[in-house]
Design a protein around this ligand. Structure first.
Ligand SMILES: [Zn+2]
Length: 703
C-alpha cells in the first residue's frame, strides 16, 4: 500500500500529536513465480477447462492448469491468482482456498460452491435465475471500459445478496429489469491484500453457448429453411416451438461474449495490480484492432482466378503477405471448379488459400455420412490439385450444420483447424443489422455440449452477399465499432461468393478496410496467426522495485506479435528493455486501462515504472490536529496541494477512525467553491476520545 496520511485529534483533553505515516509510493517486492495464474479445472465439468481458452484469447498466456482435486494450501502458495472453474468443493478445499486468500491470494470463483459464500462476502438468497442479463458497473473498478448496456448470459445463476463484497455487475432478470442481486462481485479479504471475486454464473459455459447457440435446439429445423444450419441454434420463432431468439438481436451490435471475457481480463489485471503488473499479448499482429477475413464460395462456376487477380491488383506494390499488407483471400470450391493445378499452385504460392467447399447436396448429415462425403470429395480435391497443401480451413456448402459439433469433430480428424460455417443469415432474421450474432469477433475453439474443447477454431461469417446486408454500411459499421470508442475488436469473416469474378460487395469491403488501414487476409493466415499466438508464452514473471521482468517465447509464426502491460493510473514507464536493450513502445487505452505496447520477441524483458505525480500534500485539516476541544459534531475538512478528483475521494479513501481504529459512519460532501471534501459524523462523537482522519493514497489514491 502506498502513501498514508493520518490526522489525529481529540474531542477534549489531549496532547497534540500528528501521525504522518509516509512510505515510499509503490508496490511491494515479490518473488519470481513462473506462472502467476492457476486455472483450476474439474473433470466432472469440462467447461472448467475452457477458461484456459479464454485466457489465451485474452493474451494472458502466463497460466498453469491443474485439477481442483490436486490442490492444497502449499500447492496454491506459489500462485498469485486462481481462476476456479465451477466445481463442488470438499470442506478441506474450501479451507485451503480460504487460508490462501487470507494470506494474500486472489481468487476468482465461477458459479461458486456455496461453501465459499462467506469468503466471497455473499449471502445465499436461496433462489436461481436462468437465461438472464447482467449490467457491468462501468463507473468504477474493473468494469470501466466495458459496454454500459445489459448483456445476456446463458445457464443458471445462483442469487446472492452482498454481505461484504462490492458489486462489479448487477444481475438482470431481462434486458431492462434489475434484480437486487449481483452478477459479478469482488471482496477485499484480510490484511494481506487477499481478494475473492465471483461470477455467479458459469462464465465459460455461457460464453460457449453464446458463441455456438442453444444446445437444446441442436438438430432442430427452426427457421423452416432446410437444411439445419447454425442460425437454427439461435432462431427463436420456430412454428412449433416459438421462443425468444437465443441471441437478443437488439444486442447484436455488442460482442456480448467478448465483452464478458474482457471484464474477466480487467478483473485479473486490476486484482493483481498490487502484486505485480501482468503482461498480455494483443489480439492481432502489429496492434491491428480489426481484420477482414475475406472468403468466397465457388460452386464450380469459376470466378476464383479472376477474383484473386482483382485482389492482387488492389494490393499495394511490394506488400508483404506474411505481414498482412497484401489483399488476400480464401476460395472454398467444389473439386470440379475450372482451375488448373498449376494455377492453384501459383495462387497458393502468392498467399491465397484454395480449399474445399464440401457439398452435402444441401442435405442434413450424420457423422457417418459426413465422413463418407469428406472422404470422397477431399480425395477428388487432392487429385485435382495435387500441388496444394493439405486443406486447413473450411466452409460447408449451404452451411449445413446437422448437430452441435459433428462438423468440427470430423474436421479435426481430417486436420482441418478452422471453420467459417457459422453464418449470419437468413435475411428475414438479419434485417440488415450489422452485428455479431455469436456475440464475438474473436476466433476461438469450439467446445462440445459438455464443454470439452475441440481443437478447431470457430470463425463466424458475419458478412455475406446473401443475407440482405447493405454494403459498405455493414462493413463500415463493424470496422468503425472495432476502431472507435466501443472497442469491439474482431476478425470479421466475409463470404463474397467467388462464383463470379465481379462482386460489388467485395469491392466495397476491401475499399472500406483499406481506407481504415485494416488488413484483408485469407482464413489460413488467420489460422497460422492464432496457433502461433496461442503457442507463445510468458514465463518467469517477476516483480522487484517497481520493475516487471518476464521472458517471452514467441512462436515462429507469430509475426508482428505485440506485448502489452497495464500501467497504473499515476505511473509512467521509465525503461523498457528486451535482452538488455531499450526497445520502442507506445501507449494505448484498451477497455478502460492504459497499456504500454511493445514488440513481443523471444527473450528477456524488463519494464520499470515510476510514480508520475508528486504525493498528494495535505495542507490543512479542520479541526486542526491535536485540538482538544473539537466540536462533537465536527465538519472534518481537508485542503490539499492540488484539486482532488471527487471520483477518487470516497468512503474507502477518506475515513474517520475511532480510538479502536474502527471506521465510523460519516457523510461525505464537498465544499462547492474548492471541491475540498468534508466528512460529517452521523452521530455525536464521544467526549475525551481520540479520533483519527485518514487519507489513503497509493495505487487507488485520492487525486
Ligand atoms: Zn455453397
Amino acid at each position: 500500500m502506498g502513501l498514508i496520511k493520518k490526522h489525529n485529534w481529540r474531542t477534549h483533553l489531549s496532547s497534540l500529536f500528528v501521525l504522518a505515516g509516509l512510505c515510499a509510493c509503490g508496490f511491494p517486492a515479490q518473488a519470481v513465480s513462473t506462472h502467476p495464474i492457476l486455472v483450476l479445472t474439474n473433470a466432472a465439468n469440462p467447461f472448467s477447462q475452457y477458461y484456459s481458452e479464454i485466457l489465451l484469447t485474452e493474451g494472458l498466456n502466463e497460466f498453469t492448469q491443474a485439477n481442483v482435486s490436486t490442490i492444497s494450501y502449499d500447492s496454491l502458495a506459489p500462485y498469485d491468482m486462481v481462476i476456479l472453474g465451477e466445481s463442488a468443493l470438499t470442506p478441506v478445499q474450501v479451507n485451503d482456498l480460504s487460508d490462501w486468500v487470507n494470506a494474500g491470494g486472489k481468487l476468482i470463483a465461477m458459479r461458486p460452491d456455496k461453501q465459499l459464500a462467506g469468503l466471497l462476502g455473499l449471502t445465499d438468497a436461496g433462489s436461481t435465475l436462468s437465461e438472464g442479463y447482467l449490467l457491468v458497473n462501468t463507473a468504477d473498478g474493473p468494469g470501466i471500459g466495458i459496454v454500459d448496456q445489459t448483456m445476456q448470459f446463458h445457464g443458471t445463476a445462483h442469487r446472492y445478496t452482498l454481505s461484504g463484497a462490492s458489486s462489479v455487475a448487477t444481475l438482470y432478470s431481462n434486458a431492462l429489469s434489475a434484480t437486487a442481486n449481483p452478477a459479478v462481485t469482488l471482496r477485499n479479504v484480510g490484511p494481506n491484500g487477499g481478494q475473492a471475486a465471483a461470477f455467479i454464473f458459469d462464465l465459460a459455459r455461457s460464453i460457449v453457448f453464446t458463441r455456438q447457440g442453444n444446445p437444446a435446439w441442436s438438430g432442430q429445423e427452426r427457421d423452416d429453411i432446410t437444411p439445419i444450419r447454425p442460425d437454427d441454434l439461435f432462431y427463436g420463432a420456430a412454428r412449433l416451438d416459438p421462443q425468444p431468439d437465443y441471441v437478443d438481436l437488439n444486442k447484436v451490435a455488442i460482442p456480448q461474449a467478448d465483452e464478458q471475457q474482457r471484464l474477466l481480463a480487467n478483473m485479473i489485471l486490476s486484482m493483481e495490480s498490487n502484486r505485480k503488473l501482468l503482461p498480455r499479448f494483443w489480439y492481432f499482429p502489429y496492434g491491428f484492432k480489426a481484420v477482414v477475413v475475406m472468403t468466397g464460395d465457388d460452386h464450380a462456376t469459376g470466378g476464383t482466378a479472376g477474383r484473386f487477380d482483382r485482389y492482387i491488383a488492389l494490393s499495394p506494390a511490394h506488400a508483404s503477405v506474411d505481414d498482412w499488407q497484401a489483399i488476400r483471400s480464401t476460395s472454398y470450391l467444389f473439386p470440379d471448379t475450372p482451375l488448373t493445378d498449376a494455377q492453384a499452385a501459383a495462387y497458393n504460392a502468392a498467399g491465397f488459400e484454395i480449399s474445399l467447399h464440401l457439398n452435402t447436396g444441401c442435405a442434413d448429415y450424420t457423422p457417418d455420412s459426413l465422413h463418407m462425403l469428406f472422404t470422397n470429395q477431399l480425395g477428388r480435391f487432392t487429385n485435382t490439385f495435387p500441388s496444394l497443401p493439405p486443406v486447413a480451413t473450411h466452409r460447408i456448402h449451404c452451411v449445413a450444420w446437422s448437430s452441435y459439433t459433428t462438423l468440427p469433430e470430423e474436421e479435426l480428424r481430417l486436420g482441418i483447424r478452422l471453420d467459417t460455417s457459422y453464418y449470419f443469415w437468413p435475411p428475414k432474421w438479419v434485417l440488415d443489422r450489422p452485428g455479431l450474432f455469436t456475440g464475438s469477433g474473436m476466433p476461438m475453439r469450439f467446445a462440445k455440449t459438455n464443454g470439452s474443447l475441440i481443437d478447431v477454431y470457430q470463425a463466424a461469417t458475419q458478412m455475406t452477399d446473401e443475407s440482405g446486408q447493405s454494403f459498405p454500411y455493414t462493413v463500415d459499421t463493424l470496422l468503425d465499432r472495432a476502431l472507435g470508442p466501443e472497442g469491439y475488436y474482431g476478425a470479421f469473416v466475409a463470404n463474397m461468393h467467388t462464383d463470379s469474378v465481379n462482386s460489388p460487395e467485395s469491392d466495397a469491403i476491401v475499399n472500406s478496410a483499406v481506407n481504415r488501414g485494416v488488413p484483408v487476409i485469407a482464413a489460413r493466415q488467420l489460422l497460422t496467426w492464432l496457433d502461433a499466438r496461442n503457442d507463445s508464452t510468458f514465463d518467469s514473471v517477476g516483480w522487484t522495485n517497481n520493475t516487471l521482468s518476464f521472458t517471452i517465447t514467441a512462436s515462429a509464426g507469430a509475426r508482428g506479435l505485440q506485448g502489452m502491460v497495464p500501467i497504473p493510473v499515476g505511473y509512467r514507464v521509465t525503461n523498457i528493455a528486451h535482452d538488455g536493450n531499450p526497445i520502442g513502445c507506445s501507449l494505448n487505452k484498451i477497455k478502460g486501462m492504459q497499456y504500454v505496447f511493445f514488440p513481443a520477441l523471444t527473450g528477456n524483458y524488463s519494464i520499470s515504472i515510476i510514480s508520475n505525480v508528486a504525493p498528494l500534500n495535505i495542507t490543512a485539516i479542520l479541526p486542526r490536529a491535536g485540538v482538544t476541544d473539537a466540536n462533537r459534531a465536527p465538519d472534518i475538512s481537508l485542503t490539499s496541494s492540488e484539486v482532488m478528483s471527487a471520483s477518487t475521494v470516497n468512503p474507502n479513501t477518506f475515513v474517520l477512525l475511532n480510538a479502536s481504529g474502527n471506521v465510523i459512519s460519516v457523510l461525505l460532501s464537498y465544499i462547492a467553491s474548492t471541491l475540498a471534501p468534508v466528512l460529517t459524523p452521523t452521530f455525536l462523537l464521544a467526549p475525551a476520545t481520540t479520533y483519527t482522519a485518514v487519507v489513503k493514497s497509493g495505487g487507488r489514491s485520492p487525486r
